[in-house]
Write a protein that binds this ligand. Sequence first.
Ligand code: FES
Length: 90
Amino acid sequence: MDIEFTLDGKATKCPQGLTIAAALFHVGHRTLRSSQRGNSPRSLFCGMGICLDCVLEVDGRSGVRACATLLKPGMRVATQAGASSIASPT
Ligand code: FES
């Protein structure tokens, strides 16, 4: 069964039971944020919640680890760019 969520304001569907990172890869979205210095694209690195390369904004909260957060119906997911991509401790 598919669930719906928004990615950068665009309605998107993917199978339920995926992490946010897996869901974004499923729909072909590989860049999860850009770096503070130079706006370099970032994506999965460790895939287990340690490196913070995958952080993005979920339901208005920044610094959410895409690889360690289960996607839920209706979530508003947004990629983070530049200075806004600073991860907050969780
Ligand atoms: S990929 Fe390293 S914390 Fe998510």
